[in-house]
Design a protein around this ligand. Structure first.
Ligand code: SF4
Length: 239
């Protein structure tokens, strides 16, 4: 492990949490934190950018889209406190990459084993749709995160087409050359980048995908198992 890695990543996470670069997203995340959802009216919302979650020497990175208004934007941790996170962490737990299936708050004890979870946009956007300008404004944070993870990182799973399109140029900028023409997103897409980094496409764990069966728990587990294998992480094989 790079001795500067953990300190570097912790410092980066703190800087991300203080970012106010996108006026529309700053206004939205703070408005949501003030008005709240009825079921969380008695809770304090985080209402700030949500940094990545997981160890600084991760071998596998999972990239989503952006925090959910009443999930990560409420709890302050990626995919924590919403249905999408329930699906993702349950699958990670089943394949042996997370200490528990549930993710409800920053102090729930959840640990990830060799895996880090992040997103190309760190603030909750209205309707889950960041603008291209907001995506581009947030890009340097992901470049920095990838540069810090570079010594150990061996595989990346991208959840959904937005994350895929946002992440390819970042991987290029962080030093892994992406083939031309750029690989197309699809569930099950697999690409090996220059430098040997393995890239996997997976449908996003959004409720729209999981409630309709477009993404089943078994499909998600299969991608995570394959990516864990490519990353050289110990994991539970299919029973
Ligand atoms: S989306 Fe990214 S760049 Fe924009 S305010 Fe949030 S952390 Fe900063």
């Amino acid at each position: 492990m790079d001795i500067d890695g953990p300190a570097g990543l912790t410092a980066l996470d703190e800087r991300i949490a203080g970012c106010r670069r996108c006026p529309r997203l700053v206004a939205w995340r703070e408005e949501v934190a003030r008005t709240k959802r009825a079921g969380f009216a008695d809770r304090d919302y985080w209402g700030r950018p949500v940094p990545g979650f997981g160890p600084a020497d991760a071998r596998l990175l999972i990239v989503g889209l952006a925090p959910a208004a009443h999930g990560g934007n409420r709890t302050g941790r990626m995919f924590t406190g919403d249905r999408s996170g329930d699906v993702l962490y349950a699958a990670l737990h089943e394949v042996g990459l997370a200490s528990q299936a549930g993710a409800v708050s920053v102090d729930d004890g959840l640990e990830l084993y060799g895996v880090r979870v992040t997103s190309p946009v760190h603030c909750a956007p209205p309707a889950n749709r960041p603008t291209p300008e907001e995506r581009d404004a947030c890009r340097p944070w992901l470049v920095s995160e990838l540069e810090l993870l570079r010594p150990t990182l061996r595989a990346v799973v991208v959840l959904g087409a937005f994350g895929w399109q946002a992440t390819l140029p970042v991987l290029d900028a962080a030093g892994w050359s992406v083939p031309r023409p750029r690989p197309v997103f699809g569930h099950g897409a697999r690409v090996t980048l220059g430098g040997g980094l393995r890239l996997f496409g997976c449908f996003h764990v959004s409720q729209r995908n999981t409630f309709t069966g477009r993404l089943t728990p078994a499909m998600l587990r299969d991608v995570l198992r394959d990516a864990a294998g490519a990353a050289g992480l110990p994991h539970q094989r299919q029973q």
